[in-house]
Design a protein around this ligand. Structure first.
Ligand SMILES: Cc1ncc(CN)c(N)n1
Length: 219
């Protein structure tokens, strides 16, 4: 029988393909993405990543397996990937101040994505919530791998690509895939379907995150 993550990846292929081909991604690699668009993305993503980390901790609280618990608690502290430090650098490099962060209103798609992940945990199960977190690792890792050869002529965009192609991020992605597969094996057919839906919806919000940034989405 196919692993649950194989099924998830297949089901989400059209959404992922649209992410790979989104103008945000194409222009990031070409170096033509306006800096204002990347700044917008970073400010919204800061909100996303904070909640993403918090969710790792909340899911870990409900897990029994000590290895899974440890991985998720590390994720809550931002230790599972190389994203944390590089984001601090980006904010400095692009002169995004605390005042600017404080004045940033959370855009509809960032809000909806975070709300979706909390919904999967609070109204669902930790397994569904873990499935909802997975595209965040896996899609970005695939984007990093696709873009690394061409790279980007703009320093921060190049660093962005390298972060998601990095060994640390690739390892964290592989571990998260294993975790979701294990949770999938322990789930019954109905729960597996709900996990797949959670993954698919996150894939939808991932695609719309690029679009949100590209269009500087507002309420
Ligand atoms: C919305 C989103 N999704 C995924 C990632 C990669 N951790 C991110 N930084 N932001």
């Amino acid at each position: 029988m196919a692993k649950i993550t194989e099924t998830m990846r297949k089901q989400s292929q059209p959404l992922w393909e649209s992410s790979f081909n989104h103008p945000f991604i194409k222009q990031l690699s070409a170096g033509s993405l306006p800096q204002q668009t990347f700044r917008y993305y970073l400010k919204q993503d800061r909100y996303y990543l904070q909640n993403f980390a918090d969710l790792h901790g909340k899911i870990a609280d409900q897990m029994d397996d000590p290895d899974i618990k440890r991985f998720l608690y590390d994720g809550a502290k931002g230790f599972n990937d190389s994203e944390k430090e590089v984001r601090i650098e980006f904010f400095k490099e692009l002169n995004i101040t605390q005042q600017e962060i404080d004045q940033t209103e959370i855009a509809p798609n960032a809000y909806s994505y975070v709300t979706h992940m909390y919904h999967e945990l609070n109204e669902g199960t930790p397994a569904r919530a873990a499935a909802a977190l997975l595209p965040c690792y896996w899609l970005y890792n695939e984007i990093g791998k696709r873009l690394i050869e061409a790279g980007s002529p703009i320093k921060v965009y190049q660093q962005f690509i390298e972060t998601y192609d990095s060994k640390a991020f690739t390892n964290a992605t592989a571990r998260m895939i294993e975790i979701v597969d294990k949770l999938g094996e322990e789930a019954d057919a109905q729960e597996q379907e709900k996990m797949q839906t959670a993954f698919l919806r996150s894939s939808f919000f991932e695609l719309h995150f690029w679009e949100m940034a590209y269009r500087h989405e507002m309420w």
